[in-house]
Design a protein around this ligand. Structure first.
Ligand code: FES
Length: 100
């Protein structure tokens, strides 16, 4: 794992998310009381969670409405113990860095 700059500060407005391709991995970054990074693809049928509705720390997959906690990656419906991979993320002076 290597820290790398993935975005400029201000690229992701508060309360929003964007998807980034980091070394071939599709990663969702949410700006919700700090930054949160996790795999972008839902474990159900690989829909991207990025366009999903965000309420607090819960994002709803837009395809079939499964829910994830963006702080932990945990799936909140159906399959107990299933999580999306989380990644360390930091806002530094010159941008947003991810360890992926
Ligand atoms: S692809 Fe996410 S709920 Fe179906």
């Amino acid at each position: 794992m290597v820290w790398k700059k993935v975005a400029e500060k201000g690229d992701i407005p508060a309360g929003k998310s964007k998807e980034y391709n980091v070394d071939g991995k599709r990663i969702a970054i949410f700006n919700q009381d700090g930054y949160h990074a996790l795999d972008a693809l839902c474990v159900h049928q690989d829909g991207s969670i990025v366009p999903g509705k965000l309420e607090g720390y819960i994002v709803e997959c837009p395809l079939h409405f499964w829910h994830y906690n963006i702080k932990t990656g945990e799936l909140l419906d159906y399959l107990k113990g299933v999580k999306l991979q989380k990644y360390p993320i930091e806002a530094r002076n010159d941008g947003i860095y991810l360890d992926a």
